[in-house]
Design a protein around this ligand. Sequence first.
Ligand SMILES: N[C@H](CCC[C@H](N)C(=O)O)C(=O)O
Length: 276
Amino acid sequence: MLLRFWKMHGLGNDFMVVDLVTQRARLPAQKISEWANRHTGIGFDQLLLVEPPTHPDMDFRYRIFNADGSEVENCGNGARCFARFVVDNQLTAKRDIRVETAGGPMLLSLTDDARVRVDMGPPRLAPAEIPFHAEMQSLSYEVETEQGTVSLSAISMGNPHAVVMVDSVDTAPVTTLGPLLERHHRFPRRVNVGFLEVLSTRHARLRVFERGVGETRACGTGACAAAVAGIQQGVLESPVNIDLPGGQLTLEWAGEGHSVIMTGPAERVFEGRIPL
Ligand SMILES: N[C@H](CCC[C@H](N)C(=O)O)C(=O)O
């Protein structure tokens, strides 16, 4: 069969998006990493699947696979593209779309200025929920690595994030410390690693070494985790604009127990079909 898909991106974090509501297909795991290859495949950071919901109060099931084929709990940039995809493909007439993910429910809303607003749900801060090995919950943790002791925040947006404060993202050790922390034994399910430079209480820069991918042009859940870490430590205030290499996201968070709200763009690049 030929599988229909859209190539999309959110601030350069790019996706293959597949409708499994009107198409019936089983996608073998090894196909994902083949298709993700930027030279011999389609090329993407993540594969996003649009599926019928398993819960009656949800509109869709939203599944996410990294380029290495690993299935993960959440993808923020992908959520905005998911909303654009299901509306533009007439899979829903709604403008507020409830999706179930492995990391919990989210509400996706198309805004008047063609951006997408996502209620990402509340961050999880308890070490066991991240998961992260620590004696007790803290705003930041000291983690021993081959490059010395690193101070970081550990936060889950359904998927695990480490946030490292840096003086400049331009000189941050993304390609050396990123992989060391991604696979650090204290993160038993690996971790996404964000490097956060605070410019003012309402503005910051961020680079992310993503679990299962490497550095991406943007990471939505990473921006959420960075905003939570900065607000908790009193160096950022809500709402905060975070500049990633691919562009800017706006994050809002009213504090522990409240959802993180992320707003940003979602673009379609092309439509395609691939033999399956
Ligand atoms: N690499 C992430 C999944 C994609 C997250 C990112 N693309 C986003 O926009 O949130 C993980 O393994 O948890």
